[in-house]
Design a protein around this ligand. Structure first.
Ligand SMILES: Nc1ncnc2c1ncn2[C@@H]1O[C@H](COP(=O)(O)OP(=O)(O)O)[C@@H](O)[C@H]1O
Ligand SMILES: [Mg+2]
Length: 327
């Protein structure tokens, strides 16, 4: 109920656009319409060759935000299974009264789901068997988990390995408005699959030296693996995440990034906020958990920008660019 009220507030009144900090010389971005039209079904990977930059938190909260506008699927392609643990299963899946056994039960379900995704990718079969509903209406999940470590070795040796997720997702593309894929911090065969199954990718980036290095590492990896027959999708944008202006060097780094990467850096910034870190512990999205509306609003603003950029991308490439790109 609380979540519903908060979201209703966010949707109901159109606030003036927050004033973001622009670097001198950064291109002036086009204004984002208050309620952008929905793009055709879009698959987006969240990826960076660095852990702890907010990929999973972003994936969960963007998926929750967009589930208010359309059906959304979140695919957890990390063996740590953090995205799966950040969302409660739909109530009928977790009927237990006892919190500890509820946690254990949901971990079992997640691990079984991860095993079924690995089976689909390695042995074929219907990916729909791996999809489960979550407590967030309109948001479904394919879980990740420890089974993916074994699965990674098996998958890597199979023919056509990097394209298997793309093929598996074909029956789901029209069922969802958005499919988000949360990738692991190291570039594995699963990340390769994620990118080739995606229409575009998003890089969550902490404005810290090592995270910026992780992004450079990702670009180099993509360049090395680039294959003319199966090119990687375009970058939808870089999201500055966990931005903390209390750190005196943050402004300088953000300025540098905006100046250097220009409109590849999204306008919306996700601030560092303790509630973003607390929400997953309660297996809730920020919209259910947050007491401070500012943090929920930052994810909400970003979801609008993602909609807007996805629409622009679809106008450029036409709907379903994945099959056109690979065929
Ligand atoms: N905006 C934020 N403010 C504060 N902490 C955050 C924020 N976003 C994520 N976190 C916390 O930072 C840590 C890393 O985030 P996570 O999303 O798991 O990153 P990744 O998936 O890139 O490893 C987690 O403990 C998470 O709860
Ligand atoms: Mg993660």
């Amino acid at each position: 109920m609380k979540r519903f009220l908060q979201l209703k507030n966010l949707l109901g009144r159109e606030r003036p656009a927050p004033r973001y900090r622009y670097a001198k010389g950064a291109s002036d971005p086009a204004p984002i319409p208050a309620r952008p039209t929905l793009p055709p079904p879009t698959v987006l990977s969240l990826i960076n060759n660095k852990g702890g930059v907010g990929k999973t938190t972003l994936a969960v909260n963007l998926a929750a935000a967009l589930s208010l506008r359309t059906r959304v699927l979140l695919i957890d392609l990390d063996s740590q299974g953090s995205a799966s643990l950040s969302l409660q299963p739909a109530s009928e899946d977790a009927a237990s009264e006892d919190a500890a056994s509820e946690d254990a039960a949901s971990e079992d379900v997640a691990s079984e789901d991860a095993a079924s995704l690995v089976r689909v990718l390695c042995d074929g079969g219907d990916v729909r068997a791996a999809v489960r509903t979550t407590a967030v209406p309109g948001l479904d999940l394919i879980s990740g988990g420890i089974e993916m470590i074994q699965g990674m070795k098996r998958l890597a040796n199979l023919p056509g390995a990097p394209l298997r997720l793309r093929e598996a997702l074909a029956p789901l593309r029209q069922r969802y408005g958005f499919i988000f894929i949360d990738c692991a911090p190291t570039f594995t065969i699963f990340s390769h699959n994620a990118l080739l199954a995606s229409d575009a990718y998003v890089i969550p980036l902490l404005p810290h030296h090592l995270a910026i290095e992780g992004m450079g590492n990702l670009f180099r990896t993509l360049q090395r693996l680039q294959d003319a027959e199966h090119p990687f999708p375009p970058l939808l944008g870089i999201v500055l995440s966990m931005v903390d202006y209390r750190d005196p060097s943050t402004f300088e780094r953000v300025t540098y990034l905006r100046k250097h990467f220009r409109d590849r850096v999204m306008l919306s910034e996700i601030p560092f906020h303790i509630e973003a870190a607390e929400a997953p512990e309660q297996a809730q999205s920020i919209f259910e958990y947050a007491h401070d509306p500012r943090i929920a609003e930052s994810y909400w603003a970003l979801s609008k920008e993602i909609l807007h950029r996805s629409l622009q991308l679809a106008r450029k490439t036409g709907p379903d660019p994945v099959s056109r790109r690979v065929s």
